[in-house]
Design a protein around this ligand. Structure first.
Ligand SMILES: NC(=O)c1ccc[n+]([C@@H]2O[C@H](COP(=O)([O-])OP(=O)(O)OC[C@H]3O[C@@H](n4cnc5c(N)ncnc54)[C@H](O)[C@@H]3O)[C@@H](O)[C@H]2O)c1
Length: 226
């Protein structure tokens, strides 16, 4: 992979997946601008502290980021042990706000990658709700919709990862058609990062293996199953 002359903005850069991604991207030649609420522990080409659950903080960040960005990796996230309202702001509304704000600075051929989760796999069960939330125009409208359509705190993490997958589906065609910018999700299973303990508290000991297995059994063709 050659990322020479590419500028990437990576959120959640001060820990776990975001930190490792930043390290690998710099190794491949990218100029990496990190964003996080905490100071980074690795060398970057630039870093901005921001609260990605707060639209005012994201707007201030947008004022500092470079005028041309070739890649945005939306990695920052909080677990479902946090209050549901915070999970919605950081994992969904803020991610959307930052992506919408940066889109105009991304030349055709640029790419946005959102880190969802295998725990968002059940999005088809709540598709209409996620489409309605995705149709809200901005952070404030999304927050209003969520005030009127309360999310169960016990499954808020799954809910907002599902919502992220649906929003990505919906926006990706439009943004590619109008701007030539690709928008995709990745949906990791368990990764050994500092957040993993929160996932175990959130799901119980059997939660991680049970859910992906159920998902695999329903959607994967027989020949792919072990
Ligand atoms: N670790 C896993 O098993 C796993 C599995 C699937 C998906 N994910 C997703 O991957 C992403 C990264 O998770 P991770 O495992 O690296 O976790 P992590 O806790 O190691 O890193 C998350 C980073 O996001 C930052 N962050 C959180 N809230 C923020 C805010 N309001 N403003 C700015 N920065 C903020 C944190 O400071 C931290 O640096 C998350 O979106 C998570 O949901 C993780």
């Amino acid at each position: 992979m050659n990322l020479n002359n590419k500028t990437l903005v990576i959120t959640g850069v001060s820990s776990g997946i975001g930190a490792e991604l930043a390290r690998l991207a710099r190794f491949a030649g990218a100029t990496v601008i990190g964003v996080d609420r905490n100071e980074p522990q690795l060398t970057l080409d630039g870093f901005f502290k921001a609260d990605l659950g707060d639209p005012a903080s994201i707007d201030a960040l947008l004022g500092q980021l470079p005028s041309a960005v070739h890649g945005l990796c939306n990695v920052a996230g909080v677990p479902g042990t946090a209050p549901a309202e915070l999970v919605g702001r950081v994992n969904y509304l803020g991610l959307r706000h930052l992506s919408q704000g940066l889109l105009g600075r991304m030349p055709a051929g640029s790419s946005i990658v959102n880190v969802a989760s295998v725990l968002g796999a059940e999005w088809p069960l709540r598709l209409e709700q996620h489409k309605a939330l995705a149709a809200t125009e901005d952070f404030a409208a999304g927050q209003q919709w969520l005030e009127a359509n309360a999310v169960d705190p016990r499954t808020c993490y799954q809910y907002f990862k599902e919502a992220l997958i649906v929003w990505t589906f919906q926006q990706s065609q439009r943004w590619f058609r109008d701007h030539g910018v690709r928008l995709n999700c990745v949906a990791p299973g368990p990764v050994f990062t500092p957040i993993l303990g929160d996932f175990v508290s959130m799901l119980g000991k059997s939660g991680w293996p049970a859910m992906p297995r159920a998902w695999c059994a329903r959607r994967w063709p027989m020949k792919w199953r072990r």
